[in-house]
Design a protein around this ligand. Structure first.
Ligand code: TYD
Length: 188
């Protein structure tokens, strides 16, 4: 009740819109709506092969159409320090040097998507690591043929998503915005 009132006060009186206040206002709105979990975020990246093959639009469209909200987006030539931190857990794997070379071979489109269960749903949408095992209908199952060129990355847990978002994006690069379709996407 109190949260709802504070949220309404914020919206109706159009209090100053610094990024921090916008995040706080959005948080208040979600808390007051009882719509827990809608703020979950994940890192999705179109890898260099996906960019070269002009799959960026198709991949973005799948997340948009599913109902998730884009809150961060950039085209980057990934720096080595970000790549080595991102793939830290795979450093001992035989394919690691080739993976880093390939991830450095061209630009990547890094994105942050937000919504209910977005981490789990994104992994399902992306499909198995090896395209040969990825089901038709998944991004890798529809668009890729080889594990070393599997077009897209999505964080594999909520905890990892937080770390990866912090690695690829500054807080100021994420935009908190109100989606007019939220009421048609969720029961809020
Ligand atoms: P991993 O984190 O295991 O998979 P996912 O991307 O599905 O979370 O591996 C990271 C990337 O490493 C994977 O997307 C493609 C590459 N890779 C290879 O090139 N060869 C391999 O044998 C494996 C397991 C991964």
């Amino acid at each position: 009740m109190l949260l709802r009132a504070l949220s309404r006060l914020w919206t109706e009186h159009r209090l100053p819109a610094s990024p921090g206040l916008r995040w706080a206002a959005a948080g208040l709105r979600l808390l007051s709506s009882g719509a827990k979990g809608l703020c979950e975020q994940t890192l999705v990246a179109v890898k260099p092969d996906g960019v070269q093959r002009r799959l960026v639009g198709e991949i973005i469209q799948r997340f948009e159409r599913r109902g998730f909200q884009l809150v961060g987006l950039k085209l980057v030539q990934a720096p080595q320090d970000i790549l080595s931190a991102h793939y830290h857990d795979l450093a001992e794997k035989p394919f690691y040097p080739a993976l880093i070379e390939y991830m450095s071979s061209g630009p990547i489109v890094a994105m942050v998507w937000e919504g209910h269960d977005v981490v789990k749903v994104s992994r399902t949408m992306v499909g198995a690591t090896s395209p040969g095992e990825a089901l038709p209908g998944t991004i890798r199952g529809d668009l890729c043929v080889h594990i070393s060129r599997n077009a897209v990355h999505a964080s594999d847990s909520v905890e990892v998503a937080k770390k990866e978002i912090g690695l690829w994006f500054r807080h100021s690069e994420l935009v908190q915005w109100e989606c007019c379709a939220a009421g048609s996407t969720y029961n809020i």
